[in-house]
Design a protein around this ligand. Structure first.
Ligand code: IPM
Ligand code: MG
Length: 373
């Protein structure tokens, strides 16, 4: 029996292209693992009305961790139009499978490292090395949403004086998406950020919220951060509003090391930060829970490039590196990262985003040559 059981969910579009690149690398490093493919994505939405079939969740539960490709997400109405005719009138609602996986498997911590590798022509600056800890299961992604607004919900909200300004708005003309924060989830993401800062001797943790306006939810996060910071006297706690943070990230990204944020703000600052180090082709991530984790590049499925083996596999290969670290194969992980860094430093083999003409798989093969050096 292999030492590790790894679920592979290529998903949609270029998810398959980058998964192929990942598999080449994993085979080359001789990881003692069994890889099991699972169904997820648009195809299953159209045919089964569920982009994340139950059998896939069961499969994941029987594995050590999961490698995930990419997923196509569309707004509600567009998604329903693409359902097979038999399913169209059943009132099915499309929910993003990756968001569901994060919630179902309680993968509370989303880690998104953004590091400028020397020689990457897309680096905004060469000294960026930061990591985002994004709360992954609640906040604006709670999924508690209404449209039209049920009258009971409106009545309940009228307990709040500010709701009076919406008193005359028709229920059909009002939509509500709830931003739910729990103390436990705030503590959990902050703890992960501080522990990381401690382990890697990072000087600061910046909590990115907006407590001056979103008083209750952001306020809870900030208070928890201040409380927790007392346990880590060697690490400075910085507080930034999310709008100002976007500005600071463009002005002085080198000043930041560990950022912690709720789900939506973490999503936003992670795309911005990814662009500082080369764009989504470099954006890797780990979704970590208790006893399970899922690793994915955070780029989308880029349908227009699907199957062309054109896109940059580095975001995926860096996600593989995070996976290797997670399962305890730290040495292989470092070898892989050094090989990726060396391919970037040499700049000979590169995909179109870096000004090159090489394919996804040629980049993977070049990384493999370095791994074997
Ligand atoms: C991400 C993506 C997802 C998210 C989408 C695809 C649902 O943007 O992983 O950053 O919003 O979390
Ligand atoms: Mg995103």
């Amino acid at each position: 029996m292999a030492k590790y059981r790894i679920a592979c969910l290529p998903g949609d579009g270029i998810g398959k292209d980058v998964m192929d690149a990942a598999m080449l690398v994993l085979e080359a490093v001789n990881l003692d693992a069994e890889y099991i493919n699972g169904d997820v994505g648009w195809e299953f939405w159209k045919q089964e009305g569920n982009p994340l079939p139950d059998r896939t969740i069961e499969l994941l539960k029987s594995t050590d961790c999961c490698l995930f490709g990419a997923i196509t997400s569309k707004p509600k109405e567009e998604a329903v139009k693409e359902l097979s005719p038999l399913l169209r009138d059943k009132g099915l609602i499309y929910y993003s499978p990756i968001v569901r996986l994060r919630q179902t498997l309680k993968l509370r911590t989303n880690m998104r490292p953004c590091k400028a590798y020397p020689g990457n022509p897309l680096n905004y600056r060469d000294d960026v090395d930061l990591i985002i800890f994004r709360e992954n299961t609640e906040g604006l992604y709670s999924g508690v949403e209404f449209h039209p607004l049920p009258v009971e919900v409106k009545d309940a909200l009228l307990m709040h004086p500010k709701m009076k300004s919406f008193l005359d708005v028709d229920l059909n003309d009002m939509a509500l998406s709830c931003r739910i924060f729990t103390r436990q989830a705030c503590q959990s993401i902050l703890r992960a950020a501080f522990e990381y800062a401690k382990k890697y001797k990072k000087p600061s943790v910046t909590v990115v919220e907006k407590p001056n306006v979103i008083r209750e939810t952001s306020g809870l996060m900030i208070r928890e951060a201040r409380e927790l910071a007392k346990e880590y006297p060697e690490i400075e706690l910085w507080e930034a509003n999310v709008d100002a943070m976007c500005m600071w990230l463009l002005k002085n990204p080198q000043n930041y090391s560990v950022l912690a944020a709720s789900n939506m703000f973490g999503d936003i600052i992670s795309d911005l930060s990814a662009q500082l180090v080369g764009g989504l082709g470099f954006a890797c991530s780990a979704n970590i829970g208790d006893g399970y984790a899922l690793f994915e590049p955070t780029h989308g499925s880029a349908p227009k490039y699907a199957g062309q083996y054109k896109v940059n596999p580095i975001a995926m290969l860096l996600s593989v590196k995070l996976m290797l670290e997670y399962i305890g194969e730290g040495k292989v992980a470092s070898r892989l990262e050094n090989s990726i860094a060396s391919v970037l430093r040499e700049g000979k083999v590169k995909t179109y985003d870096l000004g090159g003409k090489n394919t996804t798989l040629e980049v993977a093969e070049e990384v493999i040559r370095k791994v074997k050096d």
